[in-house]
Ligand binder design. Structure first.
Ligand SMILES: NC(=O)c1ccc[n+]([C@@H]2O[C@H](COP(=O)([O-])OP(=O)(O)OC[C@H]3O[C@@H](n4cnc5c(N)ncnc54)[C@H](O)[C@@H]3O)[C@@H](O)[C@H]2O)c1
Length: 191
């Protein structure tokens, strides 16, 4: 599959490296030029056992690249995993603005791109109830469409454990609940 990963921090980099290792064509998207450049040199932006080899192999095979350009990502993949940061605010609540901004950017890029199959957006970042609705509103407003023909929005929260993230990559199954669509995907290959 052709897959986009938004956010090349711990969660996004582990996911990008493991999906490329599993044979997918992965395009990472990040606002940090240094992280994008690292991926395009075949280097992992984060330190995680075994990940450097995955990035080097995928770079050599041409299956893992990165960009800052959201439109390029929409032209590349039919699914985008959002792994951007959701830091805590001073009052202890989560700042989900990066997730919501990416949904808006994806919607605007979709609106500018030729209509094809619906683009699937999967939120992997940690968010609180209510965020999904705001993200769906961003996508709806930017594309001027309802969920279905141009986009689908799902949530699949990450439970990564830093230091042993690669070993825990393949769960027995993954459920993807959504306000408007749902799916159960089969287990992936063993690590
Ligand atoms: N690290 C963990 O062990 C872990 C475990 C479970 C869940 N999570 C959750 O996963 C999410 C990501 O965590 P992380 O540790 O990978 O964060 P991180 O801070 O390491 O990385 C986030 C990345 O998102 C990028 N980013 C920010 N705004 C962007 C935008 N508009 N477009 C593209 N990229 C953008 C940043 O530049 C950064 O590279 C958070 O919600 C976190 O709570 C993390």
């Amino acid at each position: 599959m052709k897959v986009n990963i938004f956010g090349l921090g711990y969660v996004g980099s582990v996911m990008a490296g493991c999906l490329a290792k599993a044979g997918h064509q992965v395009l990472g998207v990040d606002v940090q030029t240094e992280r994008v450049d690292q991926v395009n040199r075949g280097e992992s932006p984060v330190a995680e056992p075994g990940l450097a080899e995955y990035f080097a192999e995928a770079h050599a095979a041409g299956t893992l690249k990165a960009t800052r350009d959201v439109s390029q990502a929409m032209a590349h993949g039919s699914i985008s995993f959002l792994c951007v940061g959701t830091p805590s605010k001073a009052d202890g609540s989560l700042d989900t603005s990066a997730v919501e901004n990416v949904c808006e950017e994806i919607g605007l890029a979709l609106a500018e791109s030729p209509a094809k199959e619906p683009h699937t957006v999967v939120i992997r970042s940690t968010v609180m109830p209510g965020t999904l609705k705001r993200c769906e509103d961003k996508l709806r407003k930017a594309t001027e469409t309802e969920p279905g023909p141009r986009f689908r929005l799902l949530i699949n929260p990450e439970f990564l454990r830093e230091g042993s993230a690669k070993a825990r990559r393949w769960p027995t199954s993954t459920s993807l609940p959504s306000p408007s669509w749902a799916a159960m995907i089969p287990p992936g290959p063993p690590p």
